[in-house]
Design a protein around this ligand. Sequence first.
Ligand SMILES: [Zn+2]
Length: 467
Amino acid sequence: MGRACRLQNFIDIAFGTSAGGLIILELFAKQSSLTSCSDTFSKFAARTFSEPSKGTAAVASSIRSWVRLLLNDGLYSDNAIDSSLREDFGTLERLFDFRTNATSLPKIAVTATTTGNGSTILLSNYNEFWTSAPPGAKRAATTYRHVRPKDPEDEPLLWKAARATSAAPPCVSPASLSRASQTDGSRFFSAASVTNLVAYQDGGLGNPNPTDIAIEEAARMWRSEVPNDVILSLGTGFLPPAMTPKSSSFRESLRNGAAMRVWRWSKSRLQNVLDAEEIHRHLLGCLDPQSQAGYYRLNLELPDTLPRLDDAQCMDDLRTRVNKSRDEKLLTNIKLSLAASSFFVELDDPPKYGHGGHYICQGTIRVRGAFLQTCALLRGIDHGPVEFLKDGEELAKIHLEEGICLNCRRFNLPVKFLVRHLEQEKVTISIRLENNLVSCISSFPQSMDWFTLQQSRSGRLLADAEC
Ligand SMILES: [Zn+2]
């Protein structure tokens, strides 16, 4: 992103699960920098998962591990994990808290699964859509449910949410979010000891790639009317197709007994369920063309084997591999898409029918979020002026700083263009840099009727005093 830019400035909703859940909480709930997040993650892994034992000590260590697994439901010490998380996320901070040092946080959620039936739950910093839905609205079926306590005292603590989303068996024991276990703060209830409490474990067991859930939630938040400008999906490594286990031949299947076939079927099903790449491929096929254009997936192909969940020693190696496999062109496109999505058009008035059979559209291009961050992100790609285009034709060309209004100190670029149809015609407004890279600004391609509708709903078509 560049030193002057924070990824958080360009994100509206952020979802994660398991290790991804920890990273989402670190980046968006704690508002840590990417560097700080990376350091914290390494420290957490090193502190939680001690170095694998070697030689004769391995036997004793292995026995101890299995005893610990039987007694505590996890191979690693609950105390070490809990104290690391409490130290990092604080003991009192809750996921739903309002942060006084931030104007508006993105909507964030981490997923976990219930130990009972393995269903997926969301722990979020926002109320689910249905709490404010119009009376009589029919609740849609989803593959997940929100955990939203009625009593504010029961709101999940931040470190507990982190614990729940990353409680991967058999390394880490499940987590309870009950008030008793929250205020106790000393340990979690193991699944074995849970009777009337719900215990949660790693969200990756239910859905290892929550991108589809994030898209579903975004569609509810914005009534399916607002397109997704950019969808950035990050994976945690995958094997090339040649390395994925192949199914056995029909004859071989018959030779094996029923138990072996059931075992192989179960293993295959589990691999499918845990295959984040498969979800990515399926999702990409389901997206509409506009969303596909802004969809990016970053994942690291590993040559032979995926690292063990508790292998804290592999972090440096993974970092080196990530740096070596950098696709600069793809990263530039992502940066440009994120920066372009900060620009949006606001109509000053409803379009007016003019001579020549065209509607005259008069509006203003504005920037949401921190303007300087958007400038810095674009400058990291190209230093020249930025051209605004309407269907490929120039609308304006300026150095962004020249678009700052002297009254309100915000970016404010008046534009005027013609359209033939307000409803059927989809207009594309985009930015073009000096190096000829082009990207649509927020919500485009779009009809002018759509803008009129959205702005009339929010009362922004009243020629208000804002310059
Ligand atoms: Zn102004």
